[in-house]
Design a protein around this ligand. Structure first.
Ligand SMILES: C[S@@+](CC[C@H](N)C(=O)[O-])C[C@H]1O[C@@H](n2cnc3c(N)ncnc32)[C@H](O)[C@@H]1O
Length: 304
């Protein structure tokens, strides 16, 4: 009898321990998801001066030597036009937003960042360039665009190498959907993990991606996961493509390497056997004017 009691006590204790462990690890994951944007904010509070030193006001790894020409290219692919309302989700110090505001006479941009330091600098930059009538800055987590900006109101929500910081890309693209007008579009330009056939090489790529994530507080996305989230939500994919710039204009990512070497963030110790870990893509996707479930065919019929 005593043996049976001991077995029952052992089993019950074991079950309690397992439940506690599962509960804890679930909370752990949820907490880390909740806390991640704060970590990113802290990272940029501490490193923005360093980024400015090396990158200037456009904090993007993929760019042309003349960064203005790259932003013109971006504006064209985002299909920007006068009269539009935009959200720059992850605006840095407002380099791109100021460029677009200067490019278009009549444009309104809400620029947001999770970093206090960046928002302070962005506001000062906008003031210095007298662009306050066109650009507003907001300190907020872009996963809550729908809590910070008007719903169904924006022509574009764009992410210029900011999307990959998100630890919850579905939440992010859901929030973007809420603030977009029907017919509005989300534009993403970012890096995505490379895929190769060789098992060893893939393993190596994944490892380097992990290192980049750690160094830059990133969550390098899977292209397919992003496309799947967009399509399940009902976004219409206009294009997915590599950024198309002339080879001789491409900056060759040398600024990023300088940055890594200068500040020891994710430094590449040796180029021997280095496998390039990522590809850059541009994605443009539309929140349809028609209900994509019931009236999807009308979309194509009414598009002139
Ligand atoms: C690599 S920088 C790019 C900045 C800017 N797009 C540019 O081209 O100069 C990434 C930006 O994403 C922002 N970011 C990352 N996570 C964010 C979040 N959860 N909410 C808002 N902004 C975020 C960072 O604060 C930073 O401004």
């Amino acid at each position: 009898m005593a043996v049976y009691s001991l077995i029952i006590i052992f089993c019950v204790s074991f079950l309690i321990l397992v439940s506690l462990y599962l509960l804890n690890s679930k909370e752990g994951v949820e907490n880390s998801l909740e806390q991640h944007p704060e970590t990113v904010g802290k990272f940029y509070n501490e490193t923005t001066d360093k980024f400015l030193e090396v990158y200037g006001e456009i904090i993007q790894a993929f760019r042309t030597k003349d960064v203005d020409s790259y932003l013109n290219y971006t504006a064209k692919n985002m299909r920007l036009a006068n009269g539009m309302k935009l959200i720059d989700a992850g605006c840095g110090v407002a380099g791109p937003a100021m460029h677009f505001a200067e490019l278009f006479k009549d444009i309104a941009i809400d620029a947001c960042s999770i970093s206090e330091v960046q928002i302070e600098k962005a506001s000062q930059n906008i003031l210095n360039k007298n662009l306050g009538a066109k650009i507003n800055t907001t300190l907020c987590d872009y996963h809550y665009l729908d809590k910070n900006f008007n719903l169904n109101s924006y022509d574009r929500v764009y992410f210029l190498e900011s999307y990959g910081h998100s630890q919850d890309k579905k939440k992010l693209l859901d929030a973007a959907w809420e603030v977009l007008k029907p017919g509005g579009m989300v534009y993403i330009k970012d890096l995505f993990a490379r895929e190769v056939e060789g098992e060893w090489e893939q393993h190596y790529i994944d490892k380097i991606c992990e290192d980049i994530n750690e160094a830059y507080k990133y969550h390098i996305g899977s292209l397919y996961e992003t496309l799947s989230i967009l399509r399940k939500k009902g976004y219409l994919l206009h294009f997915v493509k590599i950024p198309e710039v002339n080879e001789d204009e491409f900056e060759n990512l040398s600024i990023s390497n300088d940055f890594q070497n200068l500040f020891n963030i994710g430094k590449i110790e040796s180029w021997d056997n280095y496998v390039f870990p990522i590809d850059f893509f541009e994605i443009l996707a539309e929140k349809p004017r028609f209900s994509s479930e019931i009236e999807r065919h009308l979309y194509f019929m009414n598009k002139s």
